[in-house]
Design a protein around this ligand. Structure first.
Ligand code: SF4
Length: 202
């Protein structure tokens, strides 16, 4: 039976995915409230709950607002704190492809179509939560001087991305050059730019 606990949602909007392997794909972004970290550089208001909806209410709203899109991106905050296997299965049954963006400290529910892990701290501990799984991508925000995580100690992934940190919406050329140097040292990594900032979309 579907759980009745409402999902606490900060934001619901449709846009093009701006980062990683799914860049350019039309997505319904569902930002769930709450996080298990408190990063100094965090720019997301993940505690401002705007909607408390059951999965059925959320589905109804999505169909009404975005009738053509069948791709969902669960994000946060940290979406694994709320997202359950039942909720994922409910949206799969309704015909949705579902991706998740997580810091990796809590294992993601089964049944998702694509997982992006972006560990902010303790990346050495994330592999433990994904021992028997291959995720879509690992993505690390990088600024000049940051050390490159050791791929062998990360969960297995289809893509390993370095994402140069922007200054607000502005490109920081030094961070891009630094990422390029890291990639030249270990070409298993590649560059992911926050395209949405460059082209001025959400
Ligand atoms: S994990 Fe993400 S949402 Fe949570 S505090 Fe860190 S940057 Fe913010």
């Amino acid at each position: 039976m579907m759980e009745r606990r409402p999902l606490r949602i900060v934001e619901l909007f449709q846009s093009l995915q701006g980062e990683g392997a799914n860049s350019g794909r039309l997505m319904i972004f569902i930002r769930l409230a709450g996080c298990n970290l408190n990063c100094a550089f965090c720019d997301t208001s993940f505690d401002r709950v705007e909607m408390e909806w059951s999965p059925e209410q959320l589905l109804e709203e999505i169909v009404r607002r975005y009738p053509t899109c069948k791709n969902i991106l669960w994000t946060g905050g940290e979406p694994t704190l709320q997202l359950s296997e039942e909720v994922v299965s409910f949206f799969t049954s309704a015909g949705y492809w579902q991706a998740l963006e997580s810091n990796g400290l809590v294992p993601a529910p089964r049944g998702l179509d694509y997982i992006t892990l972006s560990p902010k701290v303790k990346w050495e501990n994330v592999a433990e939560n994904y021992r028997d799984r291959v995720v879509g991508e690992l993505r690390f925000p990088i600024a000049v001087g940051d050390t490159l995580p050791i791929i062998e100690k990360l969960p297995k992934a289809l893509h390993y991305y370095l994402s140069p940190i922007f200054d607000g919406e502005q490109v920081v050329a030094e961070n891009i050059r630094y990422c390029q140097q890291l990639i030249e040292k270990d070409p298993r990594w590649s560059l992911s730019l926050q395209m949405h900032k460059l082209i001025g979309i959400r």
